[in-house]
Design a protein. Sequence first.
Length: 228
Amino acid sequence: MKGRGTAVGGAASSDPIGLKEAVEAVGRWWSEAPYFADAEPHMDGQWRKLILPFLRLGESGIDCTLTVELGARRGRSAAKLLPLAGRLRLVDLHANNLEACLRRFGDDPRRSYHVTDGRSLPLPDASATFLFCFDSVVHFDSDVVRAYLREARRVLRPGGHAFLHHSNTLAHPGGDFQAQPQWRNFMSKELLAHYALKEGLEVLRQEPVDWVGDGGFIDCFSLLRRPG
């Protein structure tokens, strides 16, 4: 989106084998999806009952001054972040999703819109205080997740935090994520922590989430921090 998301920093010049394909396999489903409208009414309850109790904003030291949301989609999480953030940078794979967010929230200098290549954050080094991603990483290939963890370390300021809602299922490694319940890709609480530590992030806490209420705990919330 010209003028509202010129890419700076981000991806390396070469793409690891298979990473681009892994991005495309997932990303193509989230440009025009009925899911967006279906999910919107549930956001209030998810925010109050799941996300805020996990974040513990008053005691976690999370600074929302410059917040980045990865996977903005049509803005249902951004609507909750806006009252907290001094500035909010919305990042998505699809320009049409960001255009929908622009129509929803208006053109305000405190907000900016950035198209990603699906494996990097088009933002400067050490430019963000908080990275937030809800209901997107659950679908990402594990290699893509690790690429974004590396990017989180780069764009966060020292002491900055990252919240990731990710898959917690190791079923069917190497298989088609669409064949899994709720389209969860291969990832676990432990593997996410392993990757985060390898990419130079501290793991502050993790909490498995029983997303569908069947005792399966196929999701997990993780709060990470760039060492200060």
